[in-house]
Design a protein around this ligand. Structure first.
Ligand code: ADP
Ligand code: ZN
Length: 849
């Protein structure tokens, strides 16, 4: 971490690897400071409330809506005349005096949807502590002591004159920083810059990004505690020499002095064979004094790992690696798209590239989807590298904070983690890898709605290091970037060991006698499962619907039982005996009569994983079966446990949702069955085809990974659908060619960039009205400013009601995302907000529900 602080008369860098001064100043210069007139004007426009509504999931202080909050914000720049008390407290120091005293100001960003920083005067006593990247408490808004106290990040520190010389600044109105919260910066200059870029790109607040990317445990200093240590005083040394101490005191005093560094009381007690009370008495007499130090609670745990046998790289692996190594050695930024079929050995390429990086004393970040963070994945890295930090969502705050500090201190070679690991504070970053780059979980579904791939690209570009995106089924965005030459394509077209890709049989279930009787597994798949098990192989059955039955349906009127709060039909969970909404927490018993028509004709229809499990147990009574979905895997560790049993062939049939579709490498799996390939196909989402293709290709990739071979059965009622047909033919290139053409025709990504605005509120008419107003305002502004941005909609969302809120959305579409940004940022302050309508802005949306 950087340690730099503000000296008496100028900014002064301190510490071995502090950033060069130039960097700090540059950062200062780039900080868009909101001050006085401009700010007043902006704040006035914003009334009666701030530009974005708070997200339910945004951490930290929520913004009030309504006029009072707006006034309070405006008040920051237009405070009432200071009272005598406030003047006495130095709250309103004349800036001329401050300047004469070489005082400094700090620019602070708060956890609010505002891009700009607020400037505060730094009091003399905090001058040594204040630094960019540390958090501070500051007054905000109007109030008896100059407003509420809020927490913010310092993003720049600079001389007061510099601020005073800015056009329109009103230094006499500056408020003062109350307190510095952190002993050291939580983020460095590079992360400040990156977070600023995220806020700009994803149209949210800089402070919101910072609050979100720094883990809670790091902010609280979790995993460290303050301990008391003792060291001798001069009087103590003299007293020992003079022989004026008791025997016990003498022994204790000698132990403290001999240690040569501050020691704990219990250490002294054991050395001197006395009680800790003796140490306390030495302190009371002034012979020893206390020092407080922060220390780690946990120690770095190195897990014992079995040795690793070196592999000989295949020609394809070597060729890909050579290209990557050339970029690494040339210290240049490049994004490589490693398109490798399942089982082609992409991980081996990653590992060898990381080896090189580690040899330079640099660090690598490897992002994988959370569900692929299995012990198997982790083991692969731990086997090959000594110091691997794994960042997953089950870490305690203390563990996460420990990792964070180890990474920052350079004690970690490789960081493996889910999406947010892209923010790992590596000081000497050498390489970033995103495995399974097509996974939509790399995009965060709450503010800041960043995509780890975009952030990684930015971070790597700034650091001058390569980025590797790996996938068997790259997103159309990445594929298109490779076609355009923005990414460099590396291909692994064959599986390792000359293994063939498994043959895929598409089964049309429309005429299957068993499926027509309501079974999930048709005759062909059923026979194949039987044969595979008799042959000593293992089977994976994939179905992307959890619960027992996905609908409760009235045979009389044809309606489904719906969630009272969402536009979503309820799923029957037989184990609970309840109908459950998968979009909110609602659960209920199933009424005897249909709530719509009163008929006693409610039926459970369709098959979820629970029902599939039951059916499989019935049909294959001798097989050992395990189900993996988010209902059965609630307990921490259960996921790993099932996979371990599966690896040891204690399970014959593993069935489940996408949890089992990704990344697993089990050589004994000789059959994969996709129970229903159509679940994603008819979603009202332009990426439905892409997702269907990816899923089938990924699931198919779980078999045929040894000389035993393997086959895949895909059950579908739409076997002619291009996504299904192409996936069955392992034809990624054919699929993208078709799909890109469609995307072009639809003016859809990757040819255009979208920004989705979702409005929500309890009153349908109000939401609709607000959506129209906003869309019209944007339309008008686009026209008058001549910005090539199209506005599509507004229209009700696919899920028109969610958690009691009505939802409308519209989209901004442009070839260049900068046009969207520019349009949004200029019109944003004018948006009529307040009342009961909230809105959310999602740049490059993946979730279209
Ligand atoms: P992918 O991620 O592309 O699906 P993996 O990285 O999981 O493929 O590799 C598949 C299997 O092949 C793994 O068990 C891996 O250990 C093995 N493997 C990778 N490269 C080689 C190689 N050069 N020689 C032998 N086995 C290899
Ligand atoms: Zn619901």
């Amino acid at each position: 971490m950087y340690t730099y602080s503000v000296g008496a008369s100028s900014l002064k860098a301190r510490g071995a690897d502090a950033p060069p001064l130039a960097e700090i100043f540059e950062m200062v210069a780039r900080t868009a400071t909101l001050s006085t007139d401009a700010a007043d004007a902006k704040m006035d426009r914003m009334e009666p409330s701030p530009p974005h509504p708070p997200e339910a999931d945004a951490p930290g202080s929520p913004l009030e809506t309504g006029s009072s909050a707006g006034k309070e914000q405006g008040a920051l720049f237009d405070p009432p005349e200071p009272t005598a008390e406030e003047i006495a407290a130095g709250a309103a120091m004349a800036w001329e005096i401050a300047a004469a005293e070489d005082r400094v100001v700090a620019d602070v960003v708060l956890n609010k949807p505002l891009m700009d920083a607020y400037t505060y005067l730094v009091p003399e006593n905090l001058r040594d502590e204040i630094a960019p990247g540390r958090r501070v408490r500051v007054p905000f808004g109007r109030g008896p002591r100059g407003g509420r106290s809020e927490t913010g990040f310092v993003v720049a520190v600079r001389p007061v004159e510099e601020y005073a010389n800015e056009r329109g600044s009103k230094p006499e109105r500056l408020k003062t920083i109350d307190r510095v919260l952190d002993e050291a910066p939580l983020v460095d200059a590079k992360m400040l810059e990156l977070s600023r870029w995220i806020a700009e790109y994803y149209l949210c607040g800089w402070g919101q990004v910072l609050s979100s990317v720094v883990p809670a445990g790091v902010k609280r200093n979790a995993g460290t505690r303050e301990l008391v240590f003792y060291r001798p005083t001069e009087t103590g040394r003299a007293a020992l020499d003079a022989g004026s101490l008791t025997k016990k005191q003498r022994a204790a005093m000698a132990a403290i002095i001999d240690a040569g560094e501050p020691v704990r009381a219990d250490y002294v007690a054991s050395k001197a064979d006395c009680g800790v009370g003796v140490v306390t008495s030495l302190k009371h007499k002034g012979f020893a004094e206390q020092v407080r130090k922060r220390t780690d609670v946990t120690e770095f745990d190195d897990v014992a790992i079995e040795p690793w046998e070196e592999l000989v790289a295949t020609d394809e692996q070597q060729a890909a690696l050579d290209t990557i190594l050339a970029a690494l050695r040339g210290q240049e930024y490049a994004t490589f798209l490693l398109h490798g079929v399942t089982g082609s050995g992409k991980t081996e390429v990653y590992i060898r590239a990381i080896k090189e990086v580690v040899e330079y004393g640099r660090q690598a970040i490897v992002l994988v989807p959370e569900i692929a963070l299995t012990p198997q994945t982790i083991r692969r890295f731990r086997q090959r590298f000594e110091r691997v930090a794994v960042l997953h969502s089950h870490l305690s705050d203390a563990e996460r904070s420990k990792h964070w500090r180890d990474i920052a201190a350079g004690r970690v070679e490789v960081v493996v983690g889910a999406r947010s690991a892209i923010f790992a504070p590596c000081q000497h970053l050498g390489l970033v890898i995103i495995d399974e780059e097509h996974e939509s979980t790399f995009k965060q579904d709450s503010v800041p709605r960043y995509h780890a791939r975009e952030v990684a690209e930015k971070r790597c570009r700034e650091a001058g290091v390569p980025l590797i995106l790996g996938s068997a089924t790259p997103t159309l965005e990445s594929w298109h970037a490779a076609q355009e030459g923005r990414y460099r394509l590396l291909s692994l077209l064959r599986r390792v060991g000359k293994l063939p890709l498994p043959p895929v049989v598409t089964v049309d279930v429309r005429n299957d006698p068993q499926v027509r009787k309501g079974r999930a597994i048709g005759r062909q798949l059923s026979n194949a499962v039987k044969a595979a098990i008799e042959d000593g192989g293992q089977v994976i059955l994939f179905l992307n619907l959890r619960g027992f039955s996905p609908a409760v349906w009235c045979r009389a009127c044809g309606a489904s039982l719906m969630c009272p709060d969402c536009d979503v039909s309820l799923t029957w969970h037989r184990d609970k005996g309840r109908a459950v909404c998968h979009s909110c927490a609602h659960e209920q018993t199933v009424p005897r009569a249909c709530p719509g028509c009163g008929a006693h004709e409610l039926k459970y229809v369709g098959v979820g994983t629970q029902k599939l499990e039951e059916e499989v147990k019935q049909v294959f009574p001798d097989a050992t079966i395990a189900r993996m979905d988010s209902d059965s895997m609630r307990k921490p560790g259960s996921h790993d446990e099932v996979l371990t049993r599966f690896r040891h062939s204690e399970i014959d049939i593993l069935l489940g949702t996408q949890m089992i579709a990704k990344g697993l490498d089990f050589p004994n799996v000789t059959l994969v069955g996709v129970v229903d390939a159509d679940t994603q196909l008819h979603q009202p989402d332009p990426r439905a085809g892409e997702r269907t293709f990816q899923l089938i290709a990924q699931v198919a990739g779980r078999t045929g990974r040894s000389s035993r071979g393997g086959r895949v059965y895909v059950q579908s009622s739409n076997p002619a659908e291009p996504a299904i047909r192409r996936a069955a033919g392992h034809d990624y290139l054919g699929f993208v060619a078709d799909e890109l053409r469609d995307r072009w025709d639809m003016s859809y990504p990757p040819y255009r960039r979208l920004c989705r605005v979702i409005l929500r509120g309890p009153d349908e008419a109000a939401v609709k009205r607000r959506a129209n107003e906003m869309a019209n305002a944007l339309s008008a502004a686009a026209k008058s400013r001549n910005l090539p941005v199209q506005i599509l909609g507004p229209a009700p969302c696919a899920v028109a009601r969610l958690q009691k809120n009505w939802r409308f959305h519209f989209q901004l579409s442009a070839e260049n995302p900068a046009d969207v940004r520019s349009l949004w940022r200029t019109v944003e302050p004018e948006f009529p907000t307040g009342g009961d309508v909230d809105f959310v802005v999602d740049m490059d949306p993946l979730n279209m529900r």
